[in-house]
Design a protein around this ligand. Structure first.
Ligand SMILES: Nc1nc2c(ncn2[C@@H]2O[C@H](COP(=O)(O)OP(=O)(O)OP(=O)(O)O)[C@@H](O)[C@H]2O)c(=O)[nH]1
Ligand SMILES: [Mg+2]
Length: 177
């Protein structure tokens, strides 16, 4: 049976760890240094669900404001949006709402449907330095109708679960419509 293809986009302020999360999932590696993503990187992740194969194309968009227009272009046709912030950096949390609104404006939402996605509090290995706690993160996720994850690209905590959810949820919502 042919694989089902879905598209996810991963967005957030610079340095929150978007590329690190993708890299951790794809290669199991972690890099200490930050190399800013220029424009966007594409990767494909394959999942074997009991119902069949799913391939999720992940578009990792550079967080610099220069790429705002590009981000909106890539959003069109996406099945899942992964919003990432760094739990040790308040400013990156503040960026979530404007990002959500900018992307939400790009689609025509029908009835009670919301933008499908996840809110990811990354750098959970630095929890002792966190300035945004779980309660605040979950509140924001509820408000925006997003699934909440706390991840660490350094330790790998919850990284597979987060990408797995993106694929499973894309499939579930697409099948229903
Ligand atoms: N401690 C810790 N550091 C992390 C984690 N994830 C990423 N980093 C570090 O944060 C920095 C930025 O990571 P990137 O993955 O390049 O960030 P990005 O969101 O892709 O940044 P842009 O491409 O500029 O938008 C790097 O120095 C990483 O090593 C994490 O979970 N824990
Ligand atoms: Mg990057």
């Amino acid at each position: 049976m042919a694989a089902e293809l879905y598209k996810a986009i991963i967005v957030g302020a610079p340095s929150v760890g978007k590329s690190s999360l993708v890299r951790r999932y794809q290669t199991g590696e972690f890099r200490e240094t930050h190399t800013a993503t220029i424009a966007a990187d594409l990767s494909a992740i394959a999942f074997d669900f009991p119902e069949g194969k799913v391939v999720l194309t992940v578009i990792d968009v550079g967080g610099q404001e220069t790429f705002a227009a590009l981000r909106n272009t890539f959003y069109v046709g996406s099945h899942h949006v992964i919003f990432v912030y760094d739990m040790t950096n308040k400013e990156t949390f503040r960026r979530i709402t404007p990002l959500y609104e900018a992307l939400n404006d790009k689609i025509c939402i029908q009835g009670d449907r919301h933008l499908a996605g996840s809110l990811v509090a990354n750098k959970a290995d630095l929890r002792s330095e966190a300035v945004i706690d779980e309660k605040e993160g979950r509140m924001m996720a509820n408000l925006l109708h997003l699934e909440y994850f706390e991840t660490s690209a350094l330790t790998g905590d919850s990284v597979s679960e987060m990408f797995h959810f993106a694929a499973a949820e894309s499939r579930r919502l697409h099948r229903r419509s």
